[in-house]
Design a binder for this molecule. Structure first.
Ligand code: 13P
Ligand code: SF4
Length: 306
């Protein structure tokens, strides 16, 4: 570790204590951010963690919808996002206005929104889901048809696991759609024994090559429990840091350097320090929206992990 980083980390830790703050990090964050976090997890784990903390301040190292979800669940805490430009490109593919219009076309049909959506969109939805519980959430609904937003590929994957009819929104994750089936088949030639774990935001052609389809923390659990010594990891590259740290004897192979979420990488140690120093940038959801969005998030949390 460089001296500069060591000094930054020392300053972050002492400020964190002084301000009674907690640092939550998504599994895609830079390694140095994951290493200073109090908790590293997937979207579901991070939401669950936010409800448990007794810290006054939550520094959210992730993207905007994740900080918003923490604010929805903990309105009395100060939720900080170290870089306001860290938005989720998929979440930005739907607006509340667009969803309201779509609901008018399909009256009476319940709406399930992927947690990768804004608080405004959550407020217009009946229940949320994450990649860790999407099928379970869909199955919990007493309806034959469901509007699912915004990820068409997660929606398509769920459709293969349920008899319910999902009406999809044309959103997608620009990072995950870059991964192509031939990226995996090529790697399988070099590592024929390797297990292939795929995130459900990938295209159906990529998912068809998976041994397991999992959320990011689901992948971490799989890596610890599986006998396989070689694992091809088909998701954003940041997860490799945690996988290798937790399983030093196993080999993790990434599909390609192109699966990088640029916005996840906007959070740096400097920005975490500035965030704590200046109490920036606060993410707060207006109360009227928050209460409606909370209903959808709470329903999901009651269902829990699959
Ligand atoms: P997870 O909930 O599986 O961590 O996924 C979040 C995400 O943004 C994937 O691109
Ligand atoms: Fe959003 Fe994709 Fe980045 Fe996940 S990887 S935060 S879905 S843009």
């Amino acid at each position: 570790m460089e001296n500069k980083d060591a000094e930054l980390i020392e300053n972050i830790i002492s400020l964190k204590e002084r301000k009674n703050a907690v640092i939550l990090s998504h599994n895609y964050q830079l390694g140095e951010i994951q290493d200073i976090a109090d908790f590293v997890g997937d979207s579901l784990g991070l939401s669950q963690q936010a409800t448990k903390t007794d810290a006054d301040v939550i520094v959210f190292c992730g993207v905007h919808f994740m900080a918003e979800t923490a604010s929805i669940l903990c309105p009395d805490r100060t939720v900080l996002l170290p870089d306001l430009n860290a938005g989720c490109l998929m979440a930005n593919m739907i607006t509340a206005e667009g969803l309201i219009k779509r609901k008018r076309e399909f009256p009476g049909i319940p709406v399930v929104c992927y947690i990768n959506s804004s608080a405004d969109v959550k407020a217009e939805s009946d229940v949320c889901c994450t990649s860790a519980n999407a099928v379970k959430v869909i199955e919990s609904l007493d309806a034959k048809e469901i509007l699912f937003v915004p990820d068409q590929y997660l929606g398509h994957y769920i459709s293969t696991k349920t008899d319910k009819k999902l009406i999809l929104w044309p959103g997608y994750c620009p990072t995950h759609v870059k991964i192509q089936p031939q990226d995996i088949t090529k790697l399988k030639l070099g590592y024929p024994q390797a297990k292939v774990i795929v995130h459900p935001e990938c295209t159906p052609e990529v998912i068809a090559l998976a041994d397991e389809v999992l959320s990011t923390s689901g992948m971490c659990r799989f890596a610890q429990q599986a006998e396989a010594q070689e694992i091809i990891v088909v998701t954003e590259i940041g997860l490799l840091h945690r996988l290798s740290k937790e399983n030093p004897d196993k080999k993790f192979i990434h599909t390609s350097g192109k699966a990088i979420c640029p916005n996840m990488k906007l959070i740096t140690l400097e920005k975490v320090l500035w965030s704590l120093q200046d109490m920036t940038h606060e993410v707060k959801v207006p109360e009227e929206i928050r209460l409606k969005a909370k209903t959808a998030v709470d329903k999901m949390l009651e269902i829990g992990r699959a």
